[in-house]
Ligand binder design. Structure first.
Ligand code: ADP
Ligand code: MG
Ligand code: ZN
Length: 616
């Protein structure tokens, strides 16, 4: 059996080819037959009518909206004219007594036509089934043939993506225009002895449009696009990935000029040889094969390999060497005006109420990726539809944004009055600390309706996009994060604090560690970075490569503890300085459940910043 398989496959191939061409031939014949028939001269209707009335026409046959005209002295029709639909020729002023008029039922023709169409469609469907059946068979025959790459080919058939479909990302598009140029006019570059780059790496956070941009390059250049995801390379058996790579590149070379797109290349392209055992040989072989193939390109092979990753730091340096992915295009999270553009792209065919303010939605969504924004518009449309509305309102957008940013409201979850009060004080604590501290973002909204995994939410939004954060800003963020726990403590006493602050504390610790380890913002460890390699698996355990001594580790711990303690003290100072305001805000929350930014400002008017909470 095994020995026969290749012949079988080839037979299949031939059969497939035959069926395909036979189908084409049949279709061609049918079209040809319909287009044929005697060629008749087109005449204006008025001409026919006047000639008929003066006796120059022998016979008029009507077939649907076509009149076939046989002039006097002829035996067969030589001319034709078109009547407007639903018109009777008698209404056109034609004197029926002067000619031989044969009004064929117009349906005659269409019945015939229908038969032809039905027959044709049946044939086509049968053909397609036959085709699919063959292919399925082919696949089962190749059950062990997974060395073949699964690369999908996006040719000119599928809906083309072009640069204008990708909103924003101006710089990336500019960089990639060059790649389009290489694919379109390779000669121009070869003539002056310029080497065309082989590999271009798209680097950026998830959902920023890397895949879209890669497809747009193919669309702009009008070349085929082979796409495969790094994770698809990795299968159980050693050698499979490598043979897939070989197959993929072979296919691509046959279709040059074209683009190979390796999505999520970090899945195969991680740094090699970190001494991790088991299962990694496969990845390494796959990666090696990619390198070999890229090196093997002739100078005139017009194949450009695009790859995308959001983790450039983990890539094997060999991939980044000249001659491989030596060009990098970085794609960032969209800025405000780009967010607006992306929102507009995704709202193009959605009915949006006129009052909707896309600009302010764009302002609120700092930190969202293109994919997040696409998601928001879709969610807003769903919300509108669920309320049986025909247009999307401002409120739908706000709800969609909040749902995506912090999870859906869970109104069904019932809290008893005690828990409700506790949540209200906890959230009021966050809000009051954030509101009073000078370098915190303003409060956008406070709610004690459970959302996602939390009991309530206090939400701060930056008034504008920012790229950098200073130590004092971080410190205010830490203090307001601890505000919830501190409010519980102030209101109920030291030992009555709850697990409600769990995620606040985790987040605060994360920020503090990041400040010390990655940002050089410690007091003792200022301007030093202790970046930990993300490590790898060894014996089923994550191993971290710590580039610092045990002593430094201790100092880091002290620094983190110092930041957290300071934040807790500042939060406590603010809350204790404004006991009335805390009560007022908490009671308002119990009553209304949700208060927006302006409401919070109104209630907290007159609250004060105590000396102990000041940093400077
Ligand atoms: P990535 O590959 O970077 O993770 P994708 O290219 O797959 O991101 O983008 C995911 C989706 O997000 C796209 O299908 C598109 O709907 C939306 N999107 C992302 N960036 C943009 C953009 N700049 N313009 C329009 N839509 C975008
Ligand atoms: Mg992608
Ligand atoms: Zn909290």
């Amino acid at each position: 059996m095994a020995a026969k398989r290749p012949t079988n496959n080839r037979m299949n191939g031939i059969a497939k080819g035959f069926v395909f061409w036979a189908l084409i031939a049949v279709v061609g014949l049918i079209i040809w037959a319909t287009l044929q028939g005697p060629t008749l001269q087109d005449k204006p209707l008025s001409d026919i009518v006047s000639r008929a009335n003066s006796g120059q026409i022998k016979k008029i046959e009507q077939q649907g909206s076509t009149l076939l005209i046989t002039p006097e002295g002829q035996t067969n029709p030589t001319e034709k004219a078109i009547v407007p639909p639903y018109t009777n020729v008698k209404d056109l002023g034609l004197d029926i007594s002067k000619v031989q008029y044969v009004g064929k039922e117009p349906t005659d023709n269409s019945v015939l036509l229908n038969f032809a169409t039905i027959g044709f469609a049946t044939l086509l469907i049968a053909g397609i089934f036959f085709f699919m059946f063959r292919q399925a068979q082919g696949q089962s025959n190749q059950a062990l043939g997974f060395g073949k790459s699964k690369a999908r080919l996006y040719g000119n058939d599928k809906k083309k993506v072009v640069f204008t479909d990708v909103a924003g990302n101006g710089e990336a598009k500019q960089d990639l225009t060059e790649v389009v140029d290489f694919l379109k006019h390779p000669k121009k570059f070869q003539e002056v002895g310029a080497k065309i780059p082989k590999g271009v790496l798209l680097v950026g956070p998830p959902g920023t449009g890397k895949t879209m941009l890669a497809r747009a390059v193919a669309g702009e250049a009008g070349v085929p696009f082979f796409s495969i995801s790094g994770s698809e390379f990795v299968e159980m058996f050693v050698g499979v990935g490598a043979s897939r790579v070989r197959d993929l590149f072979a296919k691509a070379k046959k279709n040059a000029p074209c683009i190979i797109f390796i999505d999520e290349i970090d899945a195969v392209g991680r740094r090699r040889g970190s001494g991790m055992g088991g299962g990694h040989d496969e990845r390494e072989q796959t990666l090696n094969q990619i390198l070999v193939e890229m090196d093997g390109f002739e100078q005139d092979t017009n194949v450009i390999v695009l790859a995308a990753t959001n983790r450039m730091d983990v890539l094997d340096p060999a991939l980044l060497r000249p001659g491989r992915f030596d060009r990098r295009v970085s794609i960032g999270l969209p800025e405000r005006k780009d967010r607006e553009a992306i929102l507009k792209v995704h709202l193009k065919d959605k009915p949006v109420e006129e009052s909707v303010d896309i600009d302010s939605l764009a302002a609120k969504t700092a930190g969202s990726s293109g994919a997040d924004l696409a998601n928001i518009t879709n969610e807003a449309a769903i919300i509108a539809a669920r309320h049986n509305r025909k247009t999307i309102t401002n409120e739908d957008f706000t709800n969609a944004f909040e749902k995506i940013a912090i999870g859906p409201e869970r109104k069904t979850k019932v809290m008893n009055d005690k828990e409700k009060e506790l949540t209200a004080y906890h959230e009021a604590g966050h809000a009051i600390v954030g509101h009073i501290l000078p370098d915190s973002d303003p409060v956008h909204k406070v709610t004690i309706i459970p959302r996602g995994g939390t009991g309530g939410v206090t939400w701060f939004l930056p008034p504008e996009d920012r790229s950098y954060t200073s130590i004092i800003e971080f410190k205010d963020v830490l203090a307001r994060a601890l505000g919830g726990r501190v409010a519980e403590k102030v209101k109920y006493g030291d030992d009555r604090i709850t697990t409600g602050a769990g995620s606040d504390l985790r987040k605060a610790t994360e920020i503090a560690r990041d400040m010390i380890i990655e940002q050089g913002m410690g007091k003792e460890l200022r301007d030093q970075v202790f970046h930990e390699d993300n490590g790898g698996m060894m014996f089923d355990r994550m191993v971290h490569d710590r580039p610092y001594s045990e002593d430094t580790a201790k100092v880091i711990d002290t620094e983190v503890a110092r930041l957290i303690t300071e934040a807790a003290h500042r939060a406590e100072a603010v809350i204790k300085a404004n006991p009335k305001k805390l009560d007022e805000l908490a009671q308002a929350l119990i009553k209304k459940e949700t208060i927006d930014g302006d409401g919070v400002i109104e209630i907290l008017k007159g609250a004060e910043l105590p000396e102990a909470a000041k940093l400077y």
